[in-house]
Design a protein around this ligand. Sequence first.
Ligand SMILES: Cc1cc2nc3c(=O)[nH]c(=O)nc-3n(C[C@H](O)[C@H](O)[C@H](O)COP(=O)(O)OP(=O)(O)OC[C@H]3O[C@@H](n4cnc5c(N)ncnc54)[C@H](O)[C@@H]3O)c2cc1C
Length: 404
Amino acid sequence: MSDDANLESFREEARAWLADNFPSAISGRGAELVGMESVSRDPDLEKWRVALGEKGWGTPTWPAEYGGGGLSQKQAQIIDQEMRKIGAFNPLPVMAGMGITMVGPTILEYGTEAQKQKHIPPICRGDVFWALGYSEPNAGSDLASLQCKAEDKGDHWLVNGQKTWTSGADHAQWIGCLVRTDFDAPKRDGISFLILDMDQPGIETRPIELIGGSSPFCETFFNDAKADKDEVLGELNGGWTVGKRLLQHERQSQTGARASGGAAAKVTLQDLALKYVGADDDGKLADPDLRARIADHLMKAQAQRLTTQRVIAEAKGNHKVSAAASILKNAASAVSQEKDELTLEILGHQGLGWEGHDFQDHELAAVRGWLSAKAMSIYGGSFEIQNNIIAKNILGLPETTQKG
Ligand SMILES: Cc1cc2nc3c(=O)[nH]c(=O)nc-3n(C[C@H](O)[C@H](O)[C@H](O)COP(=O)(O)OP(=O)(O)OC[C@H]3O[C@@H](n4cnc5c(N)ncnc54)[C@H](O)[C@@H]3O)c2cc1C
């Protein structure tokens, strides 16, 4: 059979499986049930998570031997397309915290066989939530300054120190941390990537409330916390390389979903504008300037989506840390924030609400989304730091004079 015929028959298979397994009651409700800040425990959502996890289609391109789908990129795209057609969505990347988007791919590359067997299958099923402990109060952009330390105690690692901005740490089962394991080595050479079980008395989390009104991240304190001896990911003192690779995965994961409105977005900017601003006699959006700016935004979003797909396809199998993810991350942040700005402009005075009966739910969500999206150009490495990486690694410009 030709490649095309194989893909067509796979499309039929995907369609049939989705028809049998996706609960129609949650069609189109992805954004509401699996928001970035909360995951509902709707019974249909739970049924869907289990079915998707067992099939491995929540992580379609991951190896089948560890619980992934073992599929090609093209097959994964077909699943995505077929899901969109029926209002289905993949909740697992949000339900696993940093598990699917960041830690899992890094364990698949750097993990021992035992680490892969232990950690990857629960991530593929969406059974566990992972947090990430990189930043510290004095080590954000200048990450290599981190001071949280892990001492070798023979049969385990003893961890002491503080992390901050740890997203979802208060309900995570696991955390992947960068810790200092050698204080005498040059700062980037004394860091290791350590995996810790969050369910232990030596770890305390304190949620931090955000400008958008929610509290998805925490300060995390390690007070004689313990990690198993075999939970160093990659080489001991080689954590800088592992950590950079994970950040590349993070940036890649932030390059498309939100900018395109996400798989579950149903109302487009055009629909919204027609509803709030109105149409002229020809049925076109009444405000020509806004019309032009929406068209410009949609073209940028489409270019962003296509470029992301191309870069991800090119990067497949190429494990070299590339600066392309930095370009895409900055572009995606800009496109996404532009969409939020346009949305608020379209809503007019209905885009000024924080709570109350004068506003509809989607209007309040737009305001909170606009505020939350400000963080997109900070997390995963700030906008300026990505520009530094692009300047140095792509344009060949000299290192910035500031530390970073
Ligand atoms: C919503 C959100 C979720 C997050 N989740 C996590 C998480 O789960 N785990 C985790 O470990 N961290 C997380 N972070 C932390 C995030 O990675 C850091 O906030 C980020 O790396 C910036 O560090 P900082 O806040 O210390 O700012 P700073 O490093 O103090 O930077 C402040 C400003 O100075 C600029 N700047 C700093 N150095 C330079 C330089 N050399 N050149 C030019 N400009 C520079 C920065 O770009 C920024 O604009 C999260 C942050 C946010 C906002």
